[in-house]
Design a protein around this ligand. Structure first.
Ligand code: T1G
Length: 686
């Protein structure tokens, strides 16, 4: 087996190249090769300096995550980094692509770092429930300073090469051939002694020592973002050790904290999710060589909240959009909202004024439906009623060019029925964006019975282009996410009649780690969504609220009352409505435990997920988890409903549901797959 590490001499410089596609992960063979290369440089008097570089798309993008959980193979990464740093000759990291995690730690072990302007740097271990475990929490603060180190280790984001150079993480930006300039740099520094070792620097730590409140302030400022996660706090503790202790001691704290995280359920869940997210983009029964169709112009029908948000995704990715409305004022309102959203992003410094103009300049608003004739993909985003959608697709069938993909943004309705309104069902697909469409990353790609393979491949490729995470769903009511939402909403509402309050149910969900509970979500989305609009027809609690204009936050009243700052408080009026319904329905009020709420809402979601799997409406259980993390904010440190259920134990899930079966009545039936998997001691996601 040839080593992924090769070396060759260029004058008195030893060039060490890693070729370990796709991302030069620091697997065992790479680590072994790096150690051998440093030994070679050390033992060869003709060598005065070393350049470490990577072939392919990127510098080392981190430890090899596929090795996690397996018996460790020596040398481990911390040792490799120390060997590099202790090389008696200067070692220069030549960086392109993304130097991430262990990759950045290798670069920090080098005495110097040079990079091309497009290079990016980060320590995303926190997203895997970990911390940089190869000296990164100790070297990064010493090189980049404590504030930047805290931001990077707890956020897991990337910084660009220019910023890295400005904070001293990169010694020189290279224009032109990276390796050639890195060798020239090596010749400049080859005789400089002592060698600059990151682990021995103290200047940047001294700055932080002058501000002892730095950690408390950071914790306070980031409390909301870090809530529920274990890794961010332990990353902070490791950086505190860097400030308080000499490197040799601080690195022992890092090792202890790393092992504590690695052995925990959150790291397992987040590492599981890293691969789940990437697996979602693969469609098992479509050959990988299937070519996507060329999408040069997108048409969007409807300039409402969804149509505008959907359009922005394409405009931001540089894809021109023709947006169609029925009336000028609706069209103007829609395009005005899009511009406002862009300007708000620009105001936050996340895009420039030029980029706003560029995006808006690629938009063609029109009232002329036939203007869609030259679009390669047309997305319908109008009212959620089948009649209107079938009418629109019938019209589209007459004007869209051959081979155009016709997509509906429906969130529930039957895509096959919509496709049947055209003569080209093979070109019809569901593209279910989540609101707000220009923000939420999830895209459910709904595969009709007749949807052509290359249409699906096009949808998945396009999702990547517009920075969405796409999951293929089958045609069923609510597809994956909303279908699992239904039993949760049904049981949550019944629990109100039985004695729980909106506040209790929402609290249980928020304590679980959801961003909000069912009733907070209803008030945010709108209690009137899906309401029949007849105030005299009051068949359930939502009808009663909607009939009184309690439509949620937008009306300062829904399941909660809201003050002028939209702060919620339990509503006596809502409690009256619930009590009236309870009396009307003859339901006996009783104390509801938090555990019952978990069993009646979260366990039933798992059961519905199992049904989705057994009906083939999702390709795999991990896809269901991707939908819930990206579509509804399920806490990623719990992996997603199906991964979480495995951790709970499917036998416990079944027992809990059996506990509640009577109370749930005909609204509930067991998934056979859940029963069988639990009985066999199996799991959904491992
Ligand atoms: N290990 C193993 N495989 C990896 C990998 C990694 N670190 N990174 C990516 N892959 C695989 C990925 O599964 C996919 O495989 C393919 O490469 C392309 O990935 C001790 C402990 C680098 C920005 O967290 O952020 O270092 O699906 O689709 O969009 O302190 O990959 O093709 O079979 O994402 O171009 C820290 C994770 C590790 C970086 C490229 N590093 N990777 O994005 O490609 S922990 C990370 C990424 C660590 C040390 C600690 C991205 C990318 P397949 P992709 P991309």
């Amino acid at each position: 087996m040839t080593s992924p590490i090769s070396t060759h001499k260029h004058g008195s410089t030893l060039i060490v190249t890693s070729n370990n596609p796709p991302v030069n992960a620091l697997g065992a063979a790479v680590r072994q090769g790096l150690v051998a290369a440093i030994e070679q440089a050390t033992g060869d008097d003709a060598i005065h300096s070393v350049v470490i570089t990577c072939a392919g798309q990127t510098f080392f993008a981190g430890a090899d995550i596929t090795e996690f959980g397996k018996p460790p193979v020596m040398p481990w990464l911390p040792e490799v980094v120390d060997i590099i740093e202790n090389c008696p000759k200067p070692v220069i990291a030549a960086i392109h692509g993304t130097a991430l995690g262990g990759g950045l730690e290798v670069a920090l072990g080098c005495h110097y770092r040079v990079a091309v302007p497009s290079a990016k740097f980060g320590v995303p271990e926190v997203k895997l429930g970990l911390l940089p475990g190869a000296g990164g929490t100790q070297r990064l603060p010493r090189v980049a300073g404590v504030p930047k180190a805290l931001e990077m280790v707890t956020g897991g984001g990337m910084i660009g090469a220019a910023e890295a150079a400005s904070i001293g993480l990169v010694d020189r930006l290279i224009e032109g051939d990276l390796v050639q300039h890195a060798v020239a740099f090596a010749n400049e520094v080859k005789d400089i002694r002592p060698l600059p070792k990151s682990s021995e620097r103290d200047d940047k730590l001294a700055e932080a020592r002058a501000n002892p409140a730095i950690f408390a302030d950071f914790r306070k400022a980031n409390a909301r973002k870090m809530k529920g996660f274990e890794a961010p706090e332990l990353n902070i503790q490791a950086v505190e050790a860097a400030l308080a202790k000499p490197y040799a001691e601080g690195v022992l704290d890092e090792r202890r904290l790393f092992m504590q995280l690695m052995s925990g359920s959150q790291a397992r869940a987040q590492q599981y999710f890293f691969f789940a997210e990437r697996k979602a983009s693969k469609i098992d029964d479509i050959p990988a060589y299937t070519k996507p169709r060329d999408i040069r112009r997108v048409g969007v029908i409807g300039a409402g909240t969804m149509g505008g948000g959907i359009s922005m995704n394409f405009l931001s990715a540089g894809i021109p959009v023709t947006i169609v409305e029925m009336a000028q004022d609706a069209l103007d309102r829609g395009t005005g909202t899009m511009r406002k959203n862009y300007e708000a992003t620009a105001a936050k410094g996340r895009m420039t004024a030029d980029q706003v103009e560029q995006a808006m300049g690629a938009l063609t608003p029109t009232l002329d439906f036939s203007a869609l004739a030259d679009c390669d993909l047309i997305i319908e985003a109008v009212f959620e009623t089948m009649e209107i959608k079938k009418d629109i697709f019938g019209k589209l069938d007459k004007i869209a060019k051959p081979g155009a993909i016709l997509a509906s943004n429906t969130s529930y309705l039957n895509v096959d029925e919509i496709a049947a309104a055209t003569s080209r069902p093979q070109d019809v697909v569901g593209l279910h964006f989540f609101s707000p469409a220009n923000v939420m990353k999830l895209l459910e790609v709904v595969r009709g019975a007749r949807t052509e393979s290359d249409v699906l491949v096009t949808a998945m490729a396009l999702a990547k282009r517009i920075k969405k995470v796409a999951v293929v769903a089958g045609v069923c009511h609510g597809f994956i996410g909303n279908r699992m939402l239904m039993p949760r909403q049904v049981e949550a509402t019944k629990l109100l009649l039985e004695g729980a309050t909106p506040d209790q149910i929402d609290r249980v969900h928020v304590e679980f780690g959801m961003p909000m509970g069912p009733f907070q979500m209803a008030d945010l989305a709108g209690v009137d969504i899906g309401w029949h609009r007849d105030p005299t027809r009051i068949e359930n609690i939502r009808d009663a609220l909607a009939a009184e204009g309690r439509w949620g936050q937008k009306k300062s009243a829904g399941f909660y009352d809201y003050d002028e700052k939209r702060r919620p408080s339990p509503s006596p009026r809502v409690q009256e409505i619930i009590d009236d319904f309870r009396t009307r329905e003859g339901v006996q009020k009783r104390d509801i435990t938090d555990q019952e709420i978990i069993e009646r809402t979260l366990y039933t979601m798992v059961n519905e997920g199992a049904k989705i799997l057994e009906e083939g409406m999702a390709q795999r259980a991990s896809d269901i988890d991707v939908v819930w993390v990206y579509g509804y904010g399920w806490p990623v440190y719990r992996g997603g409903p199906m991964h979480w259920a495995d951790g709970e134990g499917l036998d416990k899930i079944v027992a809990g549901l059996k506990n509640q079966e009577q109370r749930m009545g005909s609204d509930f039936s067991f998934s056979q797959l859940l029963l069988d998997t639990a009985a066999s001691g199996g799991k959904f996601t491992r």
